[in-house]
Design a protein around this ligand. Structure first.
Ligand SMILES: C[S@@+](CC[C@H](N)C(=O)[O-])C[C@H]1O[C@@H](n2cnc3c(N)ncnc32)[C@H](O)[C@@H]1O
Length: 209
């Protein structure tokens, strides 16, 4: 499969309807006619997951996930290499899970998601899929010895993304013994170099792979 195939597979299906999700989350879908907007987003529509936060209450909440090409591209490091059993932290709109399901080499996906409302809104699509298990838990406390995984991809969230890279680094450490290869959304290259681990997407991983 090519990068575009994963991005298409990852898009949020119409079965996920725009809705308020619990008190704090909103799922919206916007369709575009303007060719400039379409070329910016990469698709004629976009689904967005927003979260109300104090800092963003006056401007409609914080965007936590969207299925634009720009955003989906950031998840290519896991889609391009994953096989076997994969650990995903952060379900969000389910895009990473959909992309992985498009790969027959991925045999099982464990998703750890903190928020019960997100699981209620996005989980049903995967409920009957024997290749997916959704765990309602905090990834920072989820037992690292629950299984052995070939890959892990971390994409959790905290308000304003402030300190998010540190949280992802804590997850790398937490799962280091039970996961062969790990990576995280937009993890800074300099930090990956400094940690010295061959993280997915880092030059060191590409050399080791
Ligand atoms: C950016 S979204 C993930 C988007 C996802 N990669 C996708 O493909 O749509 C972040 C998700 O992480 C969840 N989350 C935040 N903190 C978490 C934690 N400590 N443990 C597990 N999930 C967490 C949020 O509730 C949210 O669903």
């Amino acid at each position: 499969m090519r990068p575009n195939d994963y991005m298409l597979a990852a898009r949020v299906p119409d079965s996920v309807q725009p809705q308020e999700v619990g008190a704090l989350w909103v799922i919206e879908r916007v369709a575009f006619k303007d060719p400039v907007a379409i070329s910016l987003v990469g698709f004629p529509s976009q689904t967005v997951l927003r979260r109300w936060t104090e800092a963003t209450i006056m401007r409609g909440g914080e965007i936590v996930m969207e299925d634009s090409a720009r955003e989906l591209r950031k998840h290519l490091p896991i889609w391009m290499v994953a096989y076997g059993r994969v650990l995903i932290t952060g379900l969000g709109l389910g895009c990473v899970v959909r992309g992985l399901l498009a790969k027959p080499e991925v045999t099982h996906i464990d998703v750890v998601e903190l928020d019960a409302d997100i699981i209620r809104a996005i989980g049903p699509e995967f409920a009957d899929n024997p290749r997916v298990t959704i765990h309602h838990a905090d990834a920072l406390e989820f037992p690292a010895d629950f299984a052995e995984w070939n890959f892990a991809w971390h994409d959790i969230w905290c308000e304003g993304n402030s300190g998010l890279d540190l949280l992802h680094a804590r997850l790398f450490g937490r799962f280091a013994r039970s996961v062969m290869h790990q990576g995280a959304w937009a993890f800074p290259r300099w930090a990956a170099r400094k940690l010295g681990w061959p993280l997915l997407g880092s030059p060191k991983f590409r050399r080791a792979a």
